[in-house]
Write a protein that binds this ligand. Structure first.
Ligand code: C2E
Ligand code: MG
Ligand code: MG
Ligand code: MG
Length: 288
C-alpha cells in the first residue's frame, strides 16, 4: 500500500521510524536510571471473593513515575525493559517491594506478582524469590506468581523446574490472561497451576455473547475438576459479577470493585472497604 502512494510516503515513514527509534533509545536510557532513582511504584488491585465481596488478596501492578512524562503504565515500558535487559533488575525490585508491603497486611490477604518470561532465563530466579520472602518475613503461601501462556511457550525444562521448586515451597502459581495464548490446555498438563485467571476479553461481553458464557463456564468447570481457583479479570459491571457468581466463579478483579490503588489506599480498603460487594445491592437476588 505504501508503495502505491509513491516515494514521498516511504520517506515520511522513515522519518517516523527514526523518531520512534530515537524515542525508544531515550526512554531506555531513562529506564536504566529509574531503579536507582527510585522512580518505580506499585499499585495494588484487590482480588475479591465473589460470593461475599471480601478482599482475599491484591495484584501488584507496576508503574513508572517518569520525571517528565508522568505516571506510565507497564504497557509503555515493560517490553522496552525486556529488550534493554533490564527486566531482571526491575522484576527483582517488584518482588521485594510487593513482599515487604504484603507483610503489613492480615495473614489471609495474599499478594500476586507478574513475572516476565525473561525472568525465567535467570537461573537465580528461585533464589531471588526466596530472598524477597525471607527479607520481608512473608510466608511463601501468601505469594502468588502470575505467568502467561507466553512464559510457558518460551519455556524450557528449567522454567518448569523453577516452577516446581517454588511450588514445593508453597508459593502459588497462576496462569494469567488465560485463553489468549496458544495451546493453553497443554500447559495445564505440564504444571499444577493453583489458579487460572480468565482474560478480560472473555468477561467483557458476558451476558450478551452466548459463546463467551460457554467458554467461561467451561473454564470454571475445568478449573474446579483440576482443583484450581478461578479469577475473572476485568469485571466492570454488576451484571458481569452476578453472572460469574452464578457460574460458580470463585474470585474476581476489576474496576467494579476497585481500580489499582496505592499501598496506603489498599491498606484503608482492607480496614474499611470490605466487603466490596457493590453488585449484590444492585442485582436482583439470584434464582436458585
Ligand atoms: P495483567 O497482569 O493482566 O493485569 C491486569 C491489567 O488489567 C492491569 O493493567 C489492570 O490495571 C487492568 N485492569 C484491571 N481491572 C480492569 C477492568 O475492570 N477493566 C479494564 N479495562 N482493565 C482492568 P496494567 O496495570 O496496565 O498492566 C498491564 C499488564 O502489564 C499486566 O496485565 C501485566 O501483564 C503487566 N505487568 C504489570 N505489572 C508488571 C510487573 O511488575 N512485571 C511484569 N513483568 N509485568 C507487569
Ligand atoms: Mg497479572
Ligand atoms: Mg491478567
Ligand atoms: Mg489480562
Amino acid at each position: 500500500r505504501a508503495k502505491a502512494e509513491g516515494r514521498g510516503t516511504w520517506r515520511l515513514y522513515d522519518v517516523e521510524m527514526d523518531e520512534r527509534q530515537k524515542d525508544r533509545r531515550i526512554l531506555q536510557s531513562a529506564l536504566r536510571q529509574a531503579v536507582l532513582r527510585d522512580e518505580f511504584r506499585l499499585e495494588y488491585q484487590p482480588l475479591v471473593n465473589l460470593a461475599d465481596g471480601r478482599i482475599v488478596g491484591a495484584e501488584a501492578l507496576l508503574r513508572w513515575q517518569h520525571p517528565e512524562r508522568g505516571l506510565l503504565p507497564p504497557g509503555d515500558f515493560i517490553a522496552l525493559a525486556e529488550d534493554a535487559g533490564l527486566i531482571g533488575q526491575i522484576g527483582e525490585w517488584v518482588l521485594g517491594q510487593a513482599c515487604r508491603e504484603a507483610a503489613n497486611w492480615p495473614e489471609h490477604v495474599g499478594i500476586a506478582v507478574n513475572l516476565s518470561p525473561l525472568q525465567f532465563r535467570d537461573s537465580g530466579l528461585v533464589e531471588i524469590i526466596d530472598r524477597a520472602l525471607a527479607q520481608a518475613g512473608l510466608a511463601p503461601g501468601r505469594l502468588e506468581l502470575e505467568i502467561t501462556e507466553t512464559t510457558m511457550l518460551e519455556t524450557n525444562s528449567e522454567t518448569v523446574d523453577a516452577l516446581w521448586q517454588l511450588h514445593g515451597r508453597g508459593v502459588r502459581v497462576a496462569l494469567d490472561d488465560f485463553g489468549t495464548g496458544y495451546s493453553s490446555l497443554s500447559y495445564l498438563r505440564r504444571f499444577p497451576f493453583d489458579k487460572i485467571k480468565i482474560d478480560r476479553s472473555f468477561i467483557r461481553d458476558l451476558g450478551y455473547e452466548k459463546d463467551d458464557s460457554s467458554i467461561v463456564l467451561a473454564i470454571i468447570g475445568l478449573a474446579e475438576r483440576m482443583g484450581m481457583v478461578v479469577t475473572a479479570e476485568g469485571v466492570e459491571t454488576p451484571r458481569q459479577a452476578e453472572i460469574l457468581n452464578s457460574y460458580g466463579c470463585g474470585q474476581a478483579q476489576g474496576y467494579l470493585f476497585s481500580r489499582p490503588v496505592s499501598a496506603a489506599v489498599f491498606g484503608e480498603l482492607l480496614v474499611t472497604g470490605t466487603p466490596l460487594c457493590p453488585w449484590q445491592s444492585v442485582a436482583e437476588p439470584l434464582a436458585r
